[in-house]
Design a protein around this ligand. Structure first.
Ligand code: ASP
Length: 328
């Protein structure tokens, strides 16, 4: 039995080239694992796949789905679980993308670091060890994609990066961590329900499917929305509070909702958009009545990934509405 380890770069793998030039991703999986006391003592050996050494802002859907395909082959070939190391910046999105399509009971654990290996007290080694411990644990089966960080286990569905520098940056504001790693032993305290995996569209479909994200702001003139239907196939609106926009944007958004799926989410970072509380132009009742789709508790970033995946798979409006109701 093995654990398949995939590396995609990020702070966990960064090192300096020359003084003053900053750190860049370049350490291999072999180098990462060599820096982790205790890793060699685990029962399952690691099978290392170095995929890319990039900052996570530069990752693409195609790269993540390639890793999912390679990880699928690894578990079909007998791996007990999967660990992916990458940058933290886009981790809440990549973990959710993996979660939506991962079809196996074996855990797919994503981790990284906030303090790079050149600093005092880098957190990468501890995070990597905890991630491998979770990936090897029977407790973590059937939970889909997880983010393991600072000895906490987070469901991909809920996890958010909440601080730009703290080693405790990951939180799940709607739920809290679903588990902890205690003295090296994963303890799963809550098991959120898991939905059927979605089909993975071909790369060409991804590339041809654009979903825009518009964050509504005070005195928003909506100019950015004017041409969006010419270039994109879907739109996510990160609205105020429970799903509100300025009154003057209600009509243009309703017009867009007639030609493409427009998903209503909250920009607040936690909680749900509402359905039936506030009335009047720009309220959630008004917008949903104009055909916007209810994103529920999905944050705007996760809603955008789900919508792009569904559109790239050819889902129609009815199917998108059903999936949002199920996963939102
Ligand atoms: N900028 C880095 C990245 O996401 C941050 C990190 O890894 O924590 O690649």
């Amino acid at each position: 039995m093995t654990i398949a380890l995939f590396t995609l770069g990020g702070t966990i793998s960064m090192a300096g080239d020359s003084p003053g030039a900053g750190v860049v991703s370049r350490l291999t999986g072999e180098q990462l694992t060599a820096a982790v006391p205790g890793l060699a003592d685990l029962a399952e050996p690691l099978e290392i796949h170095d995929v890319q050494a990039a900052p996570s802002a530069s990752l693409s859907f195609a790269t993540v789905l390639d890793v999912v395909a390679a990880a699928s082959r690894a578990v079909t070939g007998g791996a007990t679980g999967v660990v992916l190391t990458q940058g933290t910046d886009s981790m809440e999105e990549t973990a959710w993308l993996v979660d939506l399509v991962w079809p196996h009971p074996e855990p797919f654990v994503v981790t990284g670091a906030m303090r790079n290996p050149t600093l005092a007290g880098p957190d990468g080694p501890a995070n990597l060890l905890a991630a491998v411990q979770v990936a090897a644990s029977p407790e973590a089966r059937e939970l889909g994609a997880l983010v393991v960080f600072a000895e906490e286990v987070h469901a991909a569905r809920w996890v958010r990066k909440q601080h730009s520098t703290s080693t405790g940056t990951f939180g799940s504001p709607n739920l809290g961590p679903m588990g902890q790693v205690v003295e090296g032993v994963p303890r799963i305290l809550a098991r959120p329900s898991r939905h059927a995996p979605l089909p993975q569209p071909a790369v060409e479909r991804w590339e041809a499917t654009r979903v825009a994200l518009h964050t509504v702001v005070l005195d928003d003139d909506g100019l950015l929305l004017e041409r969006v239907a010419d270039t994109h196939q879907g739109l996510v609106v990160a609205a105020f509070g429970v799903g509100h926009v300025p009154a003057w944007l209600a009509e243009p958004l309703g017009e867009l909702a007639r030609v493409m799926p427009v998903v209503l989410t909250s920009r607040t970072g936690s909680g749900s958009v509402l359905e039936q509380t506030y009335g009047g132009p720009g309220s959630e009742i008004d917008l949903l009545g104009r055909g916007l789709l209810n994103g529920g508790m999905l944050d705007p970033y996760k809603a955008r990934i789900l919508l792009r995946l569904l559109l790239a798979s050819g889902a129609d409006r009815e199917r998108i509405t059903e999936e949002l109701a199920l996963r939102g």
